[in-house]
Design a protein around this ligand. Structure first.
Ligand code: NAP
Length: 518
């Protein structure tokens, strides 16, 4: 039976006692299982290495989430070779069957959705609603790409001519290396991996070293859904140690990466070098960072604008590629808007992420904490006015107070570089055109938004604000699969759109077949 029309997975309302209880139960299940040791899985072999690395809870760094095996070069090589051998079978599996594995996995994930969210609460410090949204997005990706594959597998339109029978079919590429980030530890990992395999490719999945348990949960889910061994090979270890080998391997056909600009640029360069024995130019899909801005125009609902900016800036501690990290307000309303931002930020509660009364959890690790605090110092040293926050918050975790720095100049470091933490730079623009120029004045182009009641300005910003995802009078985070295909321009990536109708094409190539009939 063909699947029904795609619909987004609803978010959970935790104010309902039953939902709250369900999440508490899921957290208890996950907590009871923490601290185990996990293997690599290459083909049908589970391999526990002698050397391991820990995944910890950033809310309570002394709490061990799990110990993960560390792949070395030999094992990474074996993972690629295994994926390459499996590809020779997997590529011939009927696309409808491949699609069926994703639909089955979505069904299983939906059944235990709070457990997936609970892992992210423990492993990366997501608050309940942020973790729930991440899991919902993962389900959406599975459901959406399963349907998309059927569309690409169907008869494709080609122009008819009388003397030939012509067709165009989409075939897979080969072995992919999947390198996801920790910030959408489940959704992005599930999206990148499921898109690759449903298209008929085999992969080596190397989750971020900050969220390997979440990656393991997804890998186990795919096994439970019946996906054959070797289609996904699960490899953990530091990207800086094994990443180059995986990317440069001559049997790697494509790399699907989501992460920082620096690592993305390195991967792009390395993948471009043809290795001995390599028979193709590698395809690199790199989704990278952002320096996302919200423009606040003179005629707008300032209260709603401030509320949406706070949500966009501080949701998941500002650790979203789509997070608002610059608020650009025009001069006549600058002071009023800034005061509203400060007032609302002071109401946010920072603390351990498994406590649902906290709005802001920890940042992901110690080095992130240090980097964010040093950006705050730099912003102040360069003349920014610290309005609220600015330091570590109480508690033993990696907590940072949500921070607002006003009067930041457009070329200042914290107006240009991605901080990836709870820090909002506020900039003053002379007028709307100046605001637009400031907004476009970075090397990135991921998300952006405008708050205005001026129709002309809204339309102008739609045309001129050069970002992959642009929002008018709403928050700039929370893109929905299928509804807001997601991905940025310029240094924000290779212009792909996850959760959109072009996305599977990145994992496919078209073959044109022509047969003479007259
Ligand atoms: P990251 O440090 O660049 O790491 C991303 C992934 O690459 C991780 O799995 C990492 O493994 C791996 N890696 C690191 N060095 C590597 C190398 N030399 N070769 C191959 N792989 C390597 O990024 P992150 O801190 O996880 O994620 C945050 C970044 O992602 C931010 O910049 C954010 O804006 C961006 N992001 C972008 C989007 C988007 O759609 N555009 C979405 C989400 C996040 P290890 O963990 O083992 O180092």
């Amino acid at each position: 039976m063909p699947p029904t029309i795609f619909k987004n997975e609803p978010l959970t309302d935790f104010s309902k006692p039953k939902n709250k209880k369900d999440m508490e139960r899921a957290l208890a299940v996950i907590k009871a299982g923490l601290g185990k040791t996990y293997p690599l899985v290459i083909g049908n072999q589970e391999i526990f290495t002698e050397e391991t690395f820990p995944s910890i809870n950033p809310s309570r760094p002394e709490e061990l989430v799990g110990l993960f095996s560390k792949a070395d070069h030999e094992l990474s090589n074996r993972a690629i070779e295994t994926a390459a051998a499996k590809f020779e079978e997997w590529k011939w599996v009927d696309p409808r069957k491949r699609s069926g594995y994703l639909l089955k996995a979505a069904k299983l994930m939906r059944r235990r959705k709070h457990e997936f969210s609970a892992v992210m609460i423990e492993e990366v410090g997501k608050t309940w609603p942020e973790a729930d949204a991440d899991t919902a997005e993962a389900i959406d990706f599975l459901e959406f790409y399963a349907r998309e594959m059927l569309r690409y597998a169907a008869k494709q339109p080609v122009t008819k001519i009388p003397s030939e029978k012509n067709e165009l079919i989409y075939i897979p590429l080969g072995v992919g290396v999947i390198l996801p980030p920790w910030n959408f530890a489940l959704a992005i990992l599930a999206g990148m991996t499921s898109a690759a395999v449903v298209a008929g490719n085999t992969v080596v999945l190397k989750p971020s070293s900050d969220s390997p348990l979440t990656g393991w949960m997804f890998f186990q889910l795919m096994r439970e859904a019946g996906l054959p061994d070797g289609v996904i090979n699960f490899v953990t270890g530091s990207g800086s140690t094994i990443g180059d080998l995986l990317v440069a391997h001559p049997k790697t056909r494509f790399v699907s990466f989501t992460g920082s600009k620096e690592v993305g640029m390195h991967i792009n360069e390395l993948a471009a070098r043809v290795q001995p024995g390599q028979h193709w130019l590698k395809r690199v899909v790199a989704e990278m960072g952002g320096k996302d801005a919200v423009i606040i125009d003179e005629k707008t609902d300032l209260n709603a604008a401030a509320q949406a900016t706070i949500v966009s800036a501080f949701g998941f501690q500002g650790q979203k590629c789509s997070a608002a990290s610059r608020a650009i307000a025009v001069e006549p309303i600058y002071d009023r808007f800034l005061n509203l931002l400060i007032e609302k930020t002071k109401n946010l509660k920072v603390g351990i992420s498994d406590n649902p009364s906290n709005n802001i959890g920890p940042v992901v690790n110690k080095s992130s904490e240090e980097k964010i605090l040093s950006y705050i110092q730099k912003g102040i040293a360069e003349g920014g006015r610290l309005m609220t926050g600015g330091k570590k918050a109480a508690g033993g975790g990696y907590f940072i107070e949500p921070t607002i720095i006003a009067d930041v100049v457009p070329h200042g470091t914290i107006a240009q570089e991605e901080i990836f933490g709870p820090v909002l730079a506020v900039l003053k623009a002379k007028d709307f055109d100046d605001a637009l120029a400031i907004a476009n004045n970075t090397e990135f182009g991921l998300t952006g938004g405008i708050w205005t009641k001026n129709r002309k300005n809204a339309e102008k910003a739609k045309r001129l604000f050069h970002v992959g995802n642009f929002y008018v009078n709403r928050k700039i985070t929370g893109a929905l699969v299928g509804v807001h295909p997601f991905g940025g321009f310029n240094m924000s990536g290779t212009d792909s759109k996850a959760g959109g109708r072009d996305y599977l094409l990145l994992f496919l190539q078209a073959k044109s077949i022509s047969e003479k009939i007259k």
